[in-house]
Ligand binder design. Sequence first.
Ligand code: ACO
Length: 430
Amino acid sequence: MSEKHATLTIEGNNYRLPIITGTAGDKAIDIRELRSTTGYITLDSGYMNTGSCSSDITFLDGEKGILNYRGYEIDVLAENCSFVEVSYLLLMGELPTQTQLNDFRALLSRFALIHEDMIHFFDHFPPNASPMAILSTMVNTLHNFYPEMTGDSGEDLPEIAARLLSKIRTIAAFSYKKSIGHPLVYPRYDLSYCGNFLNMMFDKPVKPYVVHPQVVATLNKLLILHADHEQNCSTSTVRLVGSAGVNLYTSISAGISALWGPLHGGANQAVIEMLEAIHQDNNDFEKYIKKAKDPNNPFRLSGFGHRVYKTFDPRATIIKRACKQTLKALNVDDPLLEIAMQLEEITRSDEYFVGRNLYPNVDFYSGIIYRAMGIPTDMFTVMFAMGRLPGWISHWMEMMGDTKDRRIGRPRQIYRGHKKRDFVPLHERG
Ligand code: ACO
């Protein structure tokens, strides 16, 4: 941290505000004493310029398209690690040794079951219930079944994280099986994290599932690419809800709800729906581009644009490559891939998208891969939630451990309603 200051002048008075520089050179003006010294607050809707915390977990530079977890570049991790290794890195701060990884995997196997009583809950959701609503509800309910593993009781971090990572995978797969009316497939100790998930999703008593190594490799990559993204909407939600002192499950459940939104993780589902609509419209790209550019039409090209990236989202570049590889390996010929690539190309020569720095984001190509794997569209955002879980837990833990700066999240506002009104009794109101 440096000793530099910024000077703020308000009504002729000068105030010195400390400048804070992060390890990768990112700069902030520290306004923590602003209101107490000046009487002013800052107004920043959508938190476009507001840092809510300092963090050791993830660094991203949206201008340069850089994303690092704990100092490691995302493409190196995606190329060389499993999702379990990267989860360990995010949670513990270091890549695991082989022994640590084996121990962590053993915990994931040990905690893979959910309480049998929880299984009855699945029976009582309506037939077309969204898997995201089910996931959020079930994760919240975990607190009732495992009240001792709240994360703030001095329990072992690997154990808490492994329990949640393992159980969310089981809940996700069970919710799919219930939605199609098939018997549940229980986790197996001999399969990897991703292999187990795929087996629980697709194994049937009448047709055993054979885990395809390419599908496992791609799923690992996708989950790694989603594993953290610093203070995004859902992670900020986890931190904000957790800042009230609520348990880990409830905080994560709130994060799942935030992720559901089509402007956030729900975009992966919206992308496929949009590409299918273009396909059904005989590839009438012009129609959709025109709608997206019309300021009077709320329609947006799903999977384009990002609050932070003003260049290519590095995750999108990796996913696009993985998408082509996976479809080829599985021998899948999906017309939506060609439509997606054409749409991307059209936007690259359109001043509207170029001028606003609207590039494909992480959600643009991921849905095409999930389709090729056989994952239904309404499960796409659940896949994102499974991937983002280690990030959410790491941020929750970091916040809880930050005894110096930890306080309840409570923004202020500028009030713009009536100043003061005279009360009129009910019988006198016209
Ligand atoms: N299609 C068309 N126009 C867009 C798009 C888009 N996808 N995204 C932004 N714009 C336009 C806006 O209309 C606005 O234009 P204007 O300046 O003429 O008013 C300008 O670009 C800036 O957009 P903002 O909404 O101010 O950007 P913001 O940072 O608030 O929003 C967001 C970012 C929500 C991601 C936005 O780009 C969007 O809605 N994208 C589509 C949904 C999506 O893909 N979400 C996933 C994001 S990644 C993730 O969360 C995992």
